[in-house]
Design a protein around this ligand. Structure first.
Ligand code: SF4
Length: 214
């Protein structure tokens, strides 16, 4: 099966989790989308097992799959808080840094937009729950969040297997990146410096790697 054949078997809608991956690094998302060699990240496996463990507390709507042709999005909301008529998605994160990231906000915005598209009711707040602190953070979904979701969906829809996105502009993200063995940012920057031009890897000798969430 060729790469393009494989792409045609995939859902044409963008999965909400892809928003998070794309914000982290479009190049990493490219490898995850078009190449099957990359294993599922540990965080995802671990997060899923924790989700399973918490799956039977009361007062919540759990594991509902939604799709919206208009948004170009689909995805499963693992947890939705139901308070009367108000539904609020909860995105749970195994973040070790005791905080959450811009990519998590964008993913949460995607869930809120998907939920309101399906229910017809406005969903302007979501929660990020951090296992590391056992705290829940409310995030107000702004117009900027919504625009970002639309922009990323559009960019993902226009991705092509024969066009690899550039290296990240923040090399610290590469430290723990699951795509690093395929991406080879440092090797690329040294052997093909023209491909690192305008990225955070432009001067590999000056790059100091420090781990970020992957
Ligand atoms: S190694 Fe760095 S540039 Fe390459 S995909 Fe990962 S985060 Fe992006």
């Amino acid at each position: 099966m060729t790469g393009s054949d494989r792409v045609q078997f995939r859902d044409e809608l963008v999965h909400v989790s892809a928003l998070n991956e794309y914000v982290y690094c479009p190049r990493r998302f490219y490898y995850q989308r078009y190449h099957d060699e990359i294993g599922r990240p540990y965080e995802l496996v671990d997060g899923r097992s924790k989700h399973d463990g918490q799956a039977r507390r009361g007062g919540w709507v759990r594991e509902r799959y939604f799709r919206s042709e208009d948004l170009g999005l689909h995805g499963k909301l693992d947890l939705i808080e139901s308070d009367g008529d108000v539904l609020t998605p909860v995105e749970r994160k195994r973040a070790e840094s005791e905080t959450y990231f811009a990519s998590d906000e964008v993913q949460l915005a995607g869930y809120c937009m998907l939920l309101e598209a399906v229910t017809g009711e406005p969903v302007n707040v979501g929660y990020v729950y951090l296992y590391s602190t056992d705290e829940r953070h409310s995030v107000r979904i702004t117009d900027r969040h919504r625009e970002t979701v639309h922009e990323i969906v559009s960019q993902i829809e226009s991705m092509r297997v024969d066009t690899i996105p550039p290296l990240t502009d923040n090399p610290s993200k590469c430290e723990a990146c699951s795509a690093r063995t395929y991406c080879m940012p440092e090797e690329t920057a040294r052997l093909e410096p023209e491909r690192a031009r305008g990225t955070g890897w432009e001067n590999p000798d000056a790059v100091s790697l420090g781990g970020e969430e992957s």
